[in-house]
Every structure is written in C-alpha cells, then in structure tokens.
Design a protein around this ligand. Structure first.
Ligand code: CO8
Length: 260
C-alpha cells in the first residue's frame, strides 16, 4: 500500500503513522483522511500489529488543523451532504480496537488537536501546543474538539480554549489531563515507541479489553460501566493467556502470550 500524504512503517508489532505534509504543517485534507483510513484498516486487520503511534513529520507540527485552503471555497451543502469529518470518528476511533498513541511534536491545532484526542493517549514534546482556534475562522470544532476536549480537561478549560482560540503549551496540557507524559523534543519518538512496544508486549486480548473498558467509562453510567468492566474481566479469565500469565507469575518466569 503506498501513500502520498502519510508514511506508514511497521516496527515489530508497532505501526508508526506519520502525517507527511510538512510544507502545510501537516494540515489534514481529504486525501490524508482517505489514506489514514486505509492505513488504519490495514493495521487493524494485521494480527501481527498490536499498537500504533501517530505523529507529524518535521519539528514544527503534529497537524495545524483541517486544511483551511480545501475548506475555504467548499459550499455548506457539501459539508452536510458528505457529513464531513464523520469518518474520522467512525473509522479511526470506532473501527479501531487496537490502541494507538499520539506523539505530538509541535502544533496540534483544530483538527490536529482533535486527531490527537482520538488517540488512546497523548505523549507530548515540551514544544507541543494545543488549541481549538476554529472560532477565529468563523467556525467551531467539527471533529470532536468541543466534546472530547471537554471530557478530557473539563468545562472551564474547554470553554476557554474554544472561545478564545488560544494555544495551551505542553505543561498546561499535562496539568489539565490532556496528555499523559511530556518529554524533551529529542526524546519524543523514543518515548512514544517505547510505550507502544510495552503495550504490544502485553497479551493481545487483554490489550483490546483494557482499551474497551476505559472507553466505556466515557459512554455510560457508573453502574453500567462497572458491569461492563466485570463482564470483560470475567471473559478474560477464560483465556489461555490468563492461565499463562498467572502460571508465569507463580513460577517466576516471563510469560509467553498466545493471543487466545
Ligand atoms: N490548513 C492549510 N494550510 C495550513 C494550515 C491549515 N490548517 N496551517 C498552516 N498551513 C500552511 C500555511 O498556509 C503555510 O503555507 P504557505 O507557506 O503555502 O503559505 C504553511 O502551512 C506554514 O504555515 P505558516 O506560514 O502560517 O506558519 P507560522 O509558523 O507562521 O504559523 C500557525 C503557524 C500558527 C500554526 C499557523 O499556520 C496557523 O494559525 N495555522 C492555522 C491553524 C488553524 O486555524 N487550525 C484550525 C483549522 S480548522 C479545523 O481544523 C477544524 C475544522 C472543523 C470544521 C467543521 C466544519 C463542519
């Protein structure tokens, strides 16, 4: 599979996706979306791939948003008819059961911040900047920026960012709970790949179940979430990898996962 706007590399059981339009600060146009959807589908279908990392090429940006030049002349009827931006959630988030990490290396603005928030967690470099500046263009977030941001950082900061369009640096984003780790710029990719490799070394079914469980917390009541958690936990106790993981602990040896 060859792409023009993204790079896809397999590193052992980890797939690295790189947004590759550095001349446009990796702005997300329709071609990027189509290519990412195809690349994510291949990642999801490949049983040898267990975790993904997405980043932006160049040092300046993860992605500076949806492509403003592409949107500028597009009629409203087309945005509506195409249900523009819906596939980002349906294909990258809903259809991808395997975890993926956003390694944010610079600007993550508008759709760039929204794409990073679609990932299961964000590792940021100290130079990262997050924001939802759409209001300055006469629009508003359209790929989850109001919803996922509010869930991640709470109402006060989500309102502040959406209404002022200001940028938040990596330290503020970490304090607010948007990112899980902040590292020096030169260490970003090593840290993100190390995290992905650590995940990929876990039992495959437990990887899927752990991701699913945490996501359920954002979709349902506490009672329903706790029930779903118990059921998934109980399902995992029937796997061979549960037997192997516990036997390995008792026998003081490393486990060998079977993925069943
Ligand atoms: N789209 C297209 N091109 C872009 C974008 C973008 N989002 N961002 C940057 N570029 C291009 C610039 O046009 C420029 O290209 P050129 O050299 O051909 O002029 C090149 O990238 C470099 O950018 P700058 O020269 O502007 O670089 P600076 O370092 O001066 O500034 C900034 C960096 C601050 C990041 C600046 O580029 C900027 O403000 N970019 C736009 C950020 C933004 O507003 N993002 C939100 C876009 S809207 C969105 O993402 C959500 C859409 C939801 C719509 C829902 C509708 C239904």
């Amino acid at each position: 599979m060859s792409f023009e706007t993204i790079l896809v590399e397999r590193k052992g059981a980890v797939t690295l996706f790189t947004l590759n339009r550095p001349q446009a600060l990796n702005a997300l146009n329709s071609q990027v979306m189509e290519e990412l959807i195809a690349a994510f589908a291949a990642f999801e279908a490949d049983s040898g791939q267990l975790c993904g990392v997405i980043t932006g090429s160049g040092e300046k940006a993860f992605a500076a948003g949806a492509d403003i030049k592409e949107m500028a002349l597009k009629p409203a009827a087309e945005f509506f008819a195409e249900d523009m931006f819906a596939p980002w959630t349906s294909r990258l988030v809903k259809a991808t059961r395997k975890p993926w990490i956003a390694a944010v290396n610079g600007f993550a603005l508008g759709g760039g911040c929204e794409l990073a928030m679609m990932a299961d967690f964000i590792i940021a470099s100290e130079s990262a900047k997050f924001g939802q500046p759409e209001i300055r263009l006469g629009i508003a977030p359209g790929m989850g920026g109001s919803q996922r941001l509010a869930r991640a950082v709470g109402k006060a900061k989500a309102m502040d960012l959406c209404l002022t369009g200001r940028m938040m640096d990596a330290a503020e984003a970490e304090r607010a709970g948007l990112v899980s780790r902040v590292v020096p710029p030169g260490e970003l990719m090593a840290e993100a790949l190390k995290a992905a490799e650590a995940i990929a070394a876990m039992p495959p079914l437990a990887i899927l179940a752990n991701k699913e469980m945490v996501n359920i917390a954002f979709e349902t009541t506490l009672d329903q979430g706790l029930l779903a958690e118990r059921r998934l936990f109980q399902v995992l106790t029937a796997t061979q990898d549960k037997a192997e993981g516990m036997a390995a602990f008792v026998e003081k040896r490393p486990p060998v996962w079977l993925g069943r």
